[in-house]
Write a protein that binds this ligand. Structure first.
Ligand SMILES: C[S@@+](CC[C@H](N)C(=O)[O-])C[C@H]1O[C@@H](n2cnc3c(N)ncnc32)[C@H](O)[C@@H]1O
Length: 209
């Protein structure tokens, strides 16, 4: 969904209002959580393209100090805030309706997460966007990028791997989507990539399909 912020906001609002993303409401077993909890080390998380509040409300509440969710859709942000209130995380979780391209963080974070949001950024803008946000990583901070279908977004994955120091990478076994009958559609391959904008650590863990 490219175009102006106003168009993006309108299109995403329409999708959330129609229930297109209700499938993401409850994702307690998601593969990205253990990486976010591991790398934030009890610190701060910035979630860019946070959606309707799954990450901020499903992470172990004792594993982070504060969480900031940013999304272009105010319908999604409203849902996220309501859920946060319901589960009593208002002290820790804060939300902003804003575009990833223009959002200005107010502090540095231990983890900056793009959970199934990076591939909505056109390829030529991914590196400059990550470069800008790297100014808001703490000294040992990392980006974590989760990609629902790594095969389909191979160019995004290889672009990231070319430009950044990969700290850790997880590739899921090919899994069928929930509710999808065997052979009905191509299974997806989820990828979670942890990377630093600088540093020297290289550790890759790949579970082959
Ligand atoms: C597939 S949903 C994923 C939502 C959430 N991260 C999750 O995993 O459940 C993609 C999200 O990215 C947001 N998004 C897309 N482009 C954006 C942009 N330029 N700025 C802010 N949010 C954006 C959408 O509104 C949507 O909530």
């Amino acid at each position: 969904m490219w175009g102006s912020t106003k168009i993006r906001k309108h299109l995403w609002n329409r999708e959330f209002a129609k229930g297109r993303w209700n499938c993401l409401d409850e994702t307690p077993e998601d593969c990205v959580y253990c990486y976010v909890e591991k790398y934030c080390k009890g610190g701060s998380i910035l979630d860019l393209g946070c959606g309707s509040g799954n990450t901020g409300n499903e992470l172990d509440v004792n594993k982070y100090q504060d969480y900031t969710g940013v999304d272009v859709s105010d319908v999604a942000i409203q849902k996220a805030m309501e859920r946060t209130k319901r589960v009593g995380r208002c002290e820790k979780n804060h939300y902003f309706q804003s575009d990833i391209y223009t959002y200005l963080p107010r502090k540095k974070y231990d983890v900056i997460l793009f959970r199934d949001s990076i591939y909505y950024i056109p390829q030529p803008r991914i590196d400059p966007t990550l470069d800008r946000y790297s100014n808001y990583l703490t000294e040992h901070g990392v980006f974590i990028v989760r990609i629902f279908d790594g095969e389909n977004h191979a160019r995004v994955v290889s672009g990231i791997e070319h430009s950044f120091e990969i700290a850790e990478k997880y590739v899921s076994p090919n899994t069928n989507l929930a509710g999808m009958k065997q052979g009905e559609a191509k299974p997806n391959r989820e990828e979670t990539i942890v990377m630093r904008s600088q540093g020297s650590m290289f550790l890759e863990r790949t579970i082959a399909p």
